[in-house]
Design a protein around this ligand. Structure first.
Ligand SMILES: Nc1ncnc2c1ncn2[C@@H]1O[C@H](COP(=O)(O)OP(=O)(O)O)[C@@H](O)[C@H]1O
Ligand SMILES: [Mg+2]
Length: 248
C-alpha cells in the first residue's frame, strides 16, 4: 500500500527577473514500511522535495496523495490536520523549543493536536527507552548534547505514530560517531516499528540503511537504486559510492 504518492511535483521560485526551478517534475511513490534515502548535490532540490511532501511549502504544480487523500482537494484546515496526524519531521537543527524539557518537547505534537497526553504515557516511555533518554527527560535542550537533542526530536516525530517520517539531513549537524548512533536508531525504527521513512542525506553510509535510493539533480530524479533485501550495509555503501563517483 502507498503511504504517499507525489506526481509531477514542481516548485518554481521567482528570484528577481529570474525563475529558479527548485523542483522540476518529480514523481514518487512511497510504500508502507519503505525506507527511502534522497541524495544529490547541494541545491538539487532535496529540501524543497521534503518540504513539499510534508506540506511546509506549497507546490507550483503537481499532486500529492497522503494516506489515501488528495491533499489539493482538501481545505487548508483539513490538509493541516491530515499532515499533523500522518507525518513526523526531523530536521538538521533539531528545532526543539528551548524553554521546554525533553519530555515536554516530545509531547508537544499531541498537545498541538488537542490530544490528552495521559493516553500516550506508555508510548512516551517506550520512545524514551528507544532513544536512550529516560534519565534526561527533564533536561532542557541547552542541557543536552547535539546527539541527544536529535534523539529528542526523533521521539517527538514518532509520538503521534505517523504513517510517514520525513528527515532532512538528520545527521548533518552531528560528528560522525554521534551521527552513526542517530542513524542506527532511525534504521531500527524502520525495522522494528516498520516505520515508513523518507530521509535526505549526503552521507553514503547513512543512505546505506535505506531500501531505496533516489538521486536528485537540478530538481529532477536522475537515478533510482533499489537494494535487495538482506544486502549488507557495506555492500550497499559501496554501490552508493560507485554511483556518486560515476556521476550518472
Ligand atoms: N526560498 C527560496 N527562494 C529562492 N530560491 C530558493 C529558495 N529555496 C531554495 N531555493 C533554490 O532552489 C534550489 C533547490 O534548493 P534546495 O531544495 O534547498 O536544495 P538542497 O536541499 O538539495 O540543497 C536551489 O537552487 C536553491 O537556491
Ligand atoms: Mg537541503
Amino acid at each position: 500500500m502507498s503511504v504517499l504518492t507525489a506526481r509531477n511535483l514542481r516548485r518554481v521560485y521567482d528570484v528577481g527577473k529570474h525563475q529558479v526551478r527548485a523542483l522540476d517534475g518529480v514523481s514518487l511513490d512511497v510504500e508502507e514500511g519503505e525506507f527511502i534515502a534522497v541524495m544529490g548535490p547541494s541545491g538539487s532540490g532535496k529540501s524543497t522535495l521534503l518540504h513539499l511532501l510534508g506540506g511546509l511549502d506549497q507546490p507550483s504544480g503537481g499532486e500529492i496523495e497522503l494516506a489515501g487523500e488528495m491533499v489539493s482537494l482538501l481545505s487548508d484546515h483539513d490538509a493541516t490536520l491530515l499532515r499533523r496526524r500522518n507525518i513526523g519531521f526531523v530536521f538538521q537543527f533539531y528545532n526543539l523549543l528551548p524553554t521546554l524539557s525533553a519530555q515536554e518537547n516530545i509531547l508537544l505534537p499531541l498537545i498541538i493536536d488537542g490530544k490528552k497526553t495521559k493516553a500516550y504515557e506508555e508510548k512516551l516511555e517506550d520512545l524514551l527507552v528507544r532513544v536512550g533518554l529516560t534519565n534526561r527527560r527533564n533536561h532542557r535542550p541547552s542541557e543536552l548534547s547535539g546527539g541527544e537533542q536529535q534523539r529528542v526530536s526523533l521521539a517527538r516525530a514518532l509520538i503521534t505514530e505517523p504513517k510517514l517520517l520525513l528527515a532532512d539531513e538528520p545527521t548533518g549537524n552531528l560528528d560522525s560517531k554521534t551521527g552513526k548512533q542517530v542513524m542506527e536508531l532511525l534504521a531500527e525504527c524502520a525495522k522494528d516499528l516498520h516505520q515508513t521513512i523518507v530521509m535526505v542525506t549526503h552521507d553514503p553510509k547513512a543512505a546505506a540503511h535505506a531500501d531505496r535510493l533516489i538521486f536528485l539533480q537540478d530538481g529532477k530524479i536522475q537515478k533510482e537504486v533499489s537494494f535487495l533485501e538482506g544486502q549488507s550495509i557495506s555492500s550497499k555503501a559501496r554501490i552508493i559510492l560507485d554511483s556518486l563517483e560515476s556521476g550518472e
